[in-house]
Write a protein that binds this ligand. Structure first.
Ligand code: PLP
Length: 354
């Protein structure tokens, strides 16, 4: 039996996507060759790349709006420096809402001045800062829409006239936003879209070309756009699998449809966390993430019992990140409402037993 996968990464995908991807590794669409052995310049793969790029823009509502979608190597971590390479001329602003923001800031500092516009670091990142003033003289403002480790999520995207750049690795395609408020969005595939090894970058074309430094080709978004996201050999398997997931999402009714399911899942789990006296939520209530729910046991003595119970029920990946402790239930798009139901039943069973 397939386990209920609450793991934070990499990666949970729809079963039908997994099956189709697996079979394409043996043979792609009856062409007598594997997906991973055909040329990336073949018509078959060029079509796959085009479809992946087009589906990404379509699902985000950014088609024909001056945006380009790229599938690049290096993970979201590579974007920490590519963003600065391409956008930081003098001074950039970052909201520091977690480990990933912190890492993005560290990389950006190699390229210019970085202002931490606001930070929740002194409270172990358990909330999203709200009252702060954004300086007007920044090249861009960078935010992390969902903080995977701490389980917080921006419910309101900051309003600014500055170019807005967002690390959306762990909540892209999970909820509706006006995506045209961003000049650049990036997301490692492995949380909500595909296997590790590819990163989606969605960039507004006319936001580029504003820095004076020379940019190495591999780091230059313009080069990747000019080469249709095939400047060098793309990671063909992660791109293909991401394309299948995006197609799956489109067939389901797009972001509007999955958002409903994601809200139901989050509501189900958070109401159990709030009503069950044995559990405590980690993140501030108003900032709770619909993707990663962080919580702890009120009484650590119950740990062994609870751990045995959820493992017995076929749940995987519930342990919290070491910097938070306790538990983290990641509820990405491909995790079903039924799986969350299984977890919630275990939590209330524990209350009955204790
Ligand atoms: C997982 C994650 C990353 C790191 O992604 P890599 O692809 O491993 O570099 C960055 N930001 C956020 C928000 C993440 O969840």
């Amino acid at each position: 039996m397939k386990k209920h996968n609450f793991s934070a990464g990499p990666c949970i995908l729809p079963q039908e996507v997994m099956q189709k991807a697996a079979s394409a590794v043996i043979e792609l669409d009856d062409i007598g060759l594997s997906l991973i052995e055909i040329s990336h310049r073949s018509k078959e793969f060029v079509d796959i790349m085009e479809q992946a790029r087009s589906l990404a823009l379509e699902l985000l509502g950014l088609k024909d709006k001056g945006y380009q979608a790229l599938f690049l190597h290096g993970g979201a971590s590579m974007e920490f420096l590519m963003v600065a390479y391409n956008f930081l001329e003098k001074k950039a602003g970052y909201l520091n809402t977690g480990t990933w923001s912190d890492k993005a800031i560290k990389e950006a500092r190699l390229f210019g001045e970085v202002v931490e516009v606001a930070s929740s670091k002194d409270k172990n990142y358990n909330f999203i800062p709200k009252d702060y003033k954004i300086p007007g003289d920044l090249d861009y403002l960078h935010i992390t829409s969902n903080n995977t480790i701490y389980g917080t999520q921006f419910k309101e995207i900051p309003k600014t006239d500055l170019p807005l750049i967002c690390d959306m690795s762990s909540d892209i395609f999970s909820r509706q936003l006006d995506f045209s408020q961003f000049d650049l969005i990036y997301a490692g595939a492995q949380k909500n879209m595909g296997p590790a090894g590819v990163t989606l970058v969605v960039v507004k074309e006319d936001a580029l070309g504003k820095v004076s430094r020379k940019i190495p080709s591999m780091m230059d978004y313009k080069v990747h756009i000019d080469k249709d996201s095939m400047f060098n050999t793309p990671p063909v398997f992660p791109v293909y699998t991401s394309m299948l997931t995006l197609q799956w999402l489109k067939d389901l009714g797009g972001i509007a449809a999955i958002k409903e399911v994601n809200e139901k899942k989050a509501q189900l789990l958070y109401s159990e966390i709030d009503l069950n006296p044995l559990f405590k939520g980690f993140a501030a209530k108003e900032d709770r993430s619909n993707m990663n729910a962080t919580f702890t046991l009120a009484d650590e003595k119950l740990k062994d019992t609870f751990d045995a119970m959820w493992k017995e029920a076929g749940i995987n990946g519930l342990n919290g990140h070491r910097s938070v402790g306790g538990y983290r239930a990641s509820m990405y798009n491909a995790l079903s409402l039924e799986s969350v139901g299984v977890l919630v039943d275990i939590m209330s069973d524990l209350e009955r037993k204790a």
